[in-house]
Design a protein around this ligand. Structure first.
Ligand SMILES: C[S@@+](CC[C@H](N)C(=O)[O-])C[C@H]1O[C@@H](n2cnc3c(N)ncnc32)[C@H](O)[C@@H]1O
Length: 236
């Protein structure tokens, strides 16, 4: 069955058709999305780098079309090798090049986690196969990427005065996600979006959903759980 689906996917790639796909989150599902040619071109450049699924990247691609007219910049917590950051930079430079993209990571792998909430941390290779130099080289052709190396807890303070139209939080760990929410949500403008990549990864990263749900418990916005595994809020 797996081999058959791989063959069908290959053919789908050639003919740009939607066929049965092996889902990351369920046994199998129909991929109903008709990716645009523009997205496919960008995805082709980052497929080997991204720690984010194609479907989740497409959700980001679509969200950016909406937030283009919302005031504020863009932030990403969890950059790794720059896959989703590259997508954001390509798209935003066409839609709203005046916006700055602030990027945050240790670029040395995941920091220590909370052993109760992040049980998968020991099993992970922990995203150490990257460097700030390689991400700077990848994003070097864009002049509106601001790359910040270190723990969020030390680096996010550099954007205290900024506001945002889009925030991508993709950092797996309870403490990292909670801190990102606490810092960035108050700076998100009305109509702006926050996307939580790990929201549905409840087997490996139960702390990811917990952190988001706890944070939004007393907020007007409630996270919407998407079939991609992502969680999304739109600032009211
Ligand atoms: C899943 S990866 C990000 C994937 C990336 N968005 C992509 O497109 O491939 C998670 C990243 O979060 C970073 N991270 C997690 N917690 C952090 C923290 N507190 N401070 C800095 N970086 C952190 C890790 O270093 C890791 O590179």
């Amino acid at each position: 069955m797996g081999i058959l689906i791989n063959v069908l996917n290959k053919m789908a790639g050639i003919f740009r058709l939607a066929v049965l796909k092996k889902s990351t989150y369920g046994p199998y599902s129909i991929d109903i999305w008709d990716y645009t040619d523009e997205f496919e071109d960008i995805y082709g450049k980052i497929e080997s780098l991204a720690g984010v699924t194609k479907r989740s990247l497409y959700l980001i691609y679509q969200a950016l079309q909406q937030v283009r007219s919302i005031p504020g910049d863009i932030a990403e917590c969890g950059v790794y090798r720059g896959g989703s950051a590259y997508l954001i930079a390509e798209v935003i430079n066409k839609l709203a090049p005046q916006k700055t993209i602030f990027l945050f990571d240790t670029f040395k792998g995941l920091p220590d986690g909370n052993t109760e909430y992040d049980p998968a941390l020991d099993k992970q290779s922990a995203y150490q196969d990257t460097s700030v130099e390689s991400v700077k080289a990848l994003l070097g052709k864009f002049n509106n990427c601001n790359i910040n190396e270190g723990l969020f807890q030390d680096t996010l303070t550099s954007i205290t005065e900024k506001t945002f139209c889009f925030v991508h939080i993709d950092c797996d760990l309870y403490d990292s996600i909670k801190y990102s929410c606490e810092f960035l949500y108050p700076r998100l403008n009305t109509g702006g979006m926050m996307v939580f990549d790990d929201y549905g990864y409840t087997i490996d990263w139960p702390g990811a959903k917990l952190a988001v749900d706890e944070f939004f418990k007393d907020k007007k916005e409630k996270p919407i759980h998407l079939p991609t595994g992502q969680g999304v809020i739109i600032k009211l």
